[in-house]
Design a protein around this ligand. Structure first.
Ligand SMILES: [Zn+2]
Length: 163
């Protein structure tokens, strides 16, 4: 989303409220695709005498990813607060700053980075998700001719757990 900051530039020191929504592209985090709903954004903006624009406010959305334990769909609330300055005619290639030109401030990069920062490290379908329900470990057939490609891995894991 973009803010038209003409009014703020004409009245430095005066705060102007804004609100809107912004779409956020799917994110790949540690190999997991996280989908993020349209993000609610609200706050205020204010210009200083040099034409730099302070934008502060909050974002609010829901993110979706597979549960870290059982791979069922899980979701998490994503909320964050921001307070950033957009430098007038700053270098748009500089990752350390937010920059803008003319009278339009794009919040795309800000909203995306604050949303990603607020993502949980692990998504869980519910707080006490038990993960995969293993049957009794002695059930694993050894020589039945049925293919259990992960049986060997399971035994290996059992050995590691026993150490
Ligand atoms: Zn789960």
């Amino acid at each position: 989303m973009e803010l038209d900051v003409s009014r703020a530039l004409a009245q430095p020191g005066q705060e102007f409220p804004f609100s809107g929504t912004q779409a956020i592209a799917d994110q790949e985090i540690y190999g997991t695709i996280v989908k993020i709903d349209d993000c609610g954004v609200e706050g205020t903006f204010m210009a200083d005498d040099e034409g730099n624009v302070s934008v502060r406010g909050r974002i609010d959305t829901i993110a979706h990813a597979p549960c870290a334990n059982c791979l069922q769909e899980a979701s998490a609330k994503v909320e964050n607060e921001f307070d950033e300055e957009f430098i007038r005619n700053g270098d748009p290639e500089d990752d350390e700053i937010f920059a803008y030109e003319g009278h339009r401030v794009s919040l795309d990069k800000l909203v995306m980075s604050y949303a990603v920062m607020a993502l949980p490290i692990r998504f869980l379908c519910r707080e006490d998700c038990p993960g995969f329900e293993y049957t009794d470990r002695t059930d694993i057939p050894q020589e039945t001719g049925i293919q259990y490609p992960f049986a060997g891995l399971r035994q290996l894991l059992d050995q590691i757990e026993e150490v």
